[in-house]
Design a binder for this molecule. Structure first.
Ligand code: ZN
Length: 102
């Protein structure tokens, strides 16, 4: 019988990144456009199948819940779009996030 390993999100993430300085580079699926890392999260039954951005999962796992009116932005100083290091992520409003990308 195939039993799925019940990994905590922190193990799931740390097993799937390469560490370069403060950066955590996602080694799994990356969207061609816009180049963001994609991770799988658990559904209500604990099965890992729902796809989310790895940035969001990393932030929620290592920093905390994302405030209702905020989204996760990626630091301009970080050269890696698929980096999901909590050090390179911050919660911001949508308009702040658009300015970051400009
Ligand atoms: Zn980074």
């Amino acid at each position: 019988m195939n039993v799925m390993k019940d990994e905590a999100n922190s193990d799931y993430i740390l097993d799937r990144v390469d560490f370069i300085d403060i950066h955590w580079l996602w080694k799994r699926y990356i969207d061609k456009k816009p180049g963001y890392a994609k991770a799988a999260t658990k559904n209500k039954r604990g099965v890992r199948c729902k796809t989310v951005t790895a940035h969001k999962l990393s932030y929620e796992t290592f920093v905390g819940p994302i405030p209702m009116d905020k989204e996760i932005g990626h630091a301009k100083s970080c050269p890696y779009r698929h980096c999901i290091s909590p050090a390179c992520l911050s919660a911001m409003t949508h308009s702040q996030n658009l300015l970051m990308r400009a």
